[in-house]
Design a protein around this ligand. Sequence first.
Ligand SMILES: [Zn+2]
Length: 681
Amino acid sequence: MKKLIALLLCLCLMAGIVPALAEENTRPGAMWINSGIYGTYEGRGEIRLQDDYAAAVNREWAETVSIHEGASNASARTEQTDNYNRAKLAVLKGEKKDDPDLTSLQNFYALLLDWDTRNETGLQPLKPYVEDLMSVSSTEEMTKYYSDPERNIFGTPMVEDELMYHPEDALINILNIKGMKMLVTNTDELKPGAEEGVDLTAKRLTADYMLKRLGYTDEEARAIFDNAKEFERKCQPWTEALIARYATGDFTDYIPIADFESRYKNLPLAAIYRALGFDVQGYVCTLSANMLDGFEANYTDENIEYIKAWTLVNTLLDFTRYFDRETYEAAAKFQEPVTGTGSVKSDDAYALEVMEAVVPTMLDQMYVNYCFNKEIKPQVTELTRMMIDAYRDMINEEDWLADETKAGAIEKLDNFKLYICYPDNLPDYGSVTIGTAEEGETVFSAIMKGRKFLNKVEATALTMKNDGTYWRYDNYYSTLTACYIAEENSINVYAGICGGDYYDPDWPLEKKLGGLCMVIGHEITHAFDTKGSQYDKNGNKKNWWTEEDRKSFQERVDKLTAFYSKLVPMPQVSDETYGEAGAMRIKSETIADLGSLKCLLSIAKKQENFDYDLFFRQLAINQKQARYEPAEKAYVATDTHPVEAYRCNIPLQNYDEFLETYHIEGSDGMYLAPEDRIRVW
Ligand SMILES: [Zn+2]
């Protein structure tokens, strides 16, 4: 049906009949399509650069690209991901070298793909762990189980954690316990007799399958899952308090360690973490203490059967990929209604996915040592410094800022920690040695080594300062990442993003600026967006603005959000706008795109014979996108970035250099009158 409407609409456009659009012509982007929707060019007539730049530049690519099976889109991002995955696989399958870490990774890869051995072993390795867990008969014993990494293969006391920044001194790390590992995502499912949704059903079927493979009867398996659910039902009042707090937007609790220890006594989280190697002190952070309070209140001997069942089910669900083929495929099949696609991957994709989860730091090092052109790092470092210099000039020229505010901004720029491509020094985390099958290694033993190592890395990082000596422990630099971290005041541009449509060392400056430098400038601008601008040079939340400048900043942001709220992100599909809520969600990313382009244009201006066309085209190519319509809808509804086509068109139409390059005038779709322009920087 929707296709039919879309088709009718394009026929109307082709015939020169523009229904309802004439009067809407005043809304921003009225002549654009969302060119990132897969298949959207079908039956469309010519699209001029002057009317819809992103659609015109990326048309040929979009009309010929294919989307991988099981994926929802293709883009510059997915293509570069394919590039580095191919490179990693070639090394993993390649010749052995005198490098113990590489040998470990190659052994791991071989073990993962040896399905014959894995099928023979089945779920056997799990049995002693499950028996051990099910023999627990009190919370005191349960606490011992959680505290022993040799017994508790899940690795934590059934919570998710990461490191956060100390609330008063961002140089210091603290432990953030994000919350319990929950089975139920919708608390309505906990009501007696309530139907279980697709997600919970998938979990039940998976756990049931694994439990029966482990020798439990139908009835026992059902009882274990019911008991696991019952534990969450007992915690429900606290979970609901947590949900209520989420709605307020203020849900992070920083609890001084002494308070934390007296608050969690039944469930001694601090002691358990210490036993697991974490030197917890200062503060512990939690995303709303309500949930941990519920765990604490229900951590009683009376509930021990429920706690055990809950621990077992969550542990099994975490290990579905690590045994035989039958379990992997069964779990993938149960997941299908949740993901919408089959989640069985090709062997190579599967192996990489597991290795990324279990030995990410080793994979990063392998990429840098064997796949990455080392000449790129000094080049990207130099380009980043050039952009920081241009940004400094740009700030100095902002006529709406007082000198005092300018000084605060420049102080931030001058104190950026630059994490470019890959770290030169690694902390002494040690490494993992993974042997061959002949040496007695199994997938399960390798996975356990990797998981323990990851815990050790995190525990080590907890004691380290964020002073720039080392990169953050979970910055995985062989992935496609660039980011600004406000709490570190760091610009991060990883090796994984330095290829494909983003970067080539042999490119002319124009393409480098339109590609990776646009990304770098975007990250720099995040230091001065609505969030970043509240943090100082050390990453502490501290005001460096005069009151008046802050007001002007807010007025500029308000004009920008008003503009975006009127945009229609999927005009071919519906005339629904981003609205106020949508504009609020994407505002930081739009500020970043606009600020970056301004900085790049100031660099371009200083070049001789700068090829603006080449530069602008590269910028559009980086935003090429072909996403299935349902996925695009979900993207529009949830992502913090605007749709890619608009990430290209809107920044460009705000600058005269672009309009002049293509002789764009008032009646052209890309034209934006000076009074309507929305630059924050
Ligand atoms: Zn961003």
